[in-house]
Design a protein around this ligand. Structure first.
Ligand SMILES: Cc1cc2nc3c(=O)[nH]c(=O)nc-3n(C[C@H](O)[C@H](O)[C@H](O)COP(=O)(O)OP(=O)(O)OC[C@H]3O[C@@H](n4cnc5c(N)ncnc54)[C@H](O)[C@@H]3O)c2cc1C
Length: 439
């Protein structure tokens, strides 16, 4: 049997791992639009969280199997169509992630110096699509909107010193812009309170160790109790977060050059400025008993010079693939898109869960795929990868296989300055030149 997996992030690669273990004779082709695999493990996970990226070693073991191929630099929707994949493979798994920022839906959010987190994070992580997103971080104040771990990552990366980032795999162009940056005040803005914030305590505590930062928390914004709207299993984690924030609130200001201001109960209403960001207009909120934010009627302005909003992601719709507009994901019923086609990961259920969550989900999905494939008794033979190879050759698509990707990876390691694990290539052309260079 032949299976196509579209998207080589954690969701796709855990499905590939599970399928290849369960059915060692199955031919599995893993496609990715980029010449590089691993999805957000390469382009999302913070550059200073290198140990998180070790998961790629396990992914590589899947690619080392003779039945699993990587076909990088192949985009579903332009290089190969949905119907071509369905015709060629017994099953197709779509694991294309969620790469489009959920907008704030407020006036001014498209003005210069207002960024979505997908673009901003992609920029500092060297994603080719976003390499020109930020050319300077001038001005004094940055607002980061959202209270999840992605927002925390952004705050931390901007606030770190060049020395603190030295051993990371941050893209050089971003490290250069950040080192020239003049930001002294980072406002970390949440619509609701500390209890409702979705960041986790390890990441929250990490902020407290930053060399050049004072952290400012208004103690009056810290709750005395967690509240009945929080599910029992989350209470401990929330208490831990509040405890860390209380510790920040108690700390003496040390006159550090950068201040991180936690600003809860503030809902952005408009990004101010016509030619570029000049400020942010906000409305005060309170949290109702059901946990939702309500406006109090009070408004205020914050003079900021740049804005990064990190409030969630949507999947980019793919030609001919059913799409659920309201949820921003591929339309699916528990992972089934249509007979023989499945969705996995963030394009299935939206942007939540950590890398490991995709492994648990993959086991369930593979169970379903195998039982549905086995239930078909009169299967017409499919040509699998051979058919697609022919199509891609005719279209002169330069397929980056696993060996070619390894050449890119080795070149990135070789050109890194001492202390850095790799210096990523930030353009597809550079990647392809390296992948296909004659030794
Ligand atoms: C900024 C950020 C930081 C994070 N940090 C952590 C962390 O520290 N620890 C942790 O456990 N989790 C972290 N996560 C969560 C984790 O990255 C996700 O759970 C996981 O990556 C989701 O996997 P996925 O495969 O669904 O999507 P993705 O990882 O986004 O992979 C999707 C893949 O599909 C490819 N693709 C897209 N469209 C096409 C197309 N048309 N044709 C072919 N290929 C296509 C993309 O190039 C990409 O490689 C983070 C997420 C973000 C956004």
């Amino acid at each position: 049997m032949n299976v196509a997996i579209v998207g080589s992030g954690p969701a796709g690669l855990y499905v590939a791992e599970e399928l290849s273990k369960r059915r060692p004779d199955m031919r599995i082709d893993v496609f990715d639009a980029l010449p590089t695999p691993y999805g957000l493990v390469r382009a999302g996970v913070a550059p200073d969280h290198l140990s998180t990226k070790n998961v790629t070693k396990a992914f590589d073991r899947t690619f080392e199997r003779s039945t699993v191929r990587f076909l990088g630099n192949v985009t579903l929707g332009s290089d190969v169509s949905y119907s071509e994949l369905k015709a060629a493979y017994d099953a197709v798994v779509l694991s294309v992630g969620a790469s489009v920022d959920r907008g704030l839906g407020i006036p001014g959010e498209d003005v210069a110096q207002a960024y979505g987190a997908a673009a901003f994070v992609g920029w500092y992580n060297g994603h080719p699509e976003f390499r020109n997103t930020v050319t300077s971080l001038d001005g004094n104040a940055l607002a980061v909107i959202g209270n999840g771990n992605v927002a925390l990552d952004v705050v931390r990366i901007v606030a770190k010193t060049p020395a603190e980032l030295a051993g990371s795999d941050i893209a050089r162009h971003a490290a250069d812009v950040l080192s020239r940056g003049t930001i002294t005040d980072v406002y970390f803005i949440g619509r609701r309170g500390p209890v409702e914030a979705s960041f986790t305590s390890t990441e929250l505590a990490e902020l407290g160790e930053l060399e050049r930062c004072d952290i400012l928390v208004d103690p009056s914004q810290l709750p005395t109790e967690i509240g009945p709207h929080v599910p029992e299993k989350e209470v401990k984690a929330k208490e831990r977060n509040v405890e860390i924030l209380r510790d920040y609130a108690r700390r003496e200001r040390r006159g550090k050059p950068v201040r991180i201001h936690f600003m809860f109960y503030a809902a952005p209403q408009a990004v101010l400025g016509k030619d570029r960001v000049r400020g942010l207009s906000l409305a005060r909120t309170r949290v109702a008993e059901n946990g939702r934010a309500e406006l109090t009627g009070e408004r205020f302005e914050l003079p900021v010079d740049a804005v990064v909003s990190a409030i969630g992601y949507r999947t980019k719709p793919l030609p001919d693939v059913p799409f659920d507009e309201s949820r921003g994901v591929i339309a699916n019923d528990e992972g089934l898109v249509e007979p023989g086609v499945y969705a996995a990961g963030w394009c299935k259920h939206g942007p939540r869960g950590v890398i490991g969550t995709n492994r648990t989900d993959a086991k369930q999905l593979v169970e379903r795929i195998l039982s549905e494939l086995d239930a078909v008794s009169d299967r017409s033979p499919k040509r699998g990868g051979n058919a697609i190879d022919t199509v891609l050759r005719e279209r002169e698509v330069r397929i980056v296989d696993f060996r070619a990707w390894q050449r890119i990876a080795q070149a990135e390691e070789a050109r890194a300055e001492s202390g850095k694990p790799r210096e990523k290539f930030i353009s597809v052309d550079e990647m392809l030149d390296t992948a296909f260079a004659t030794p």
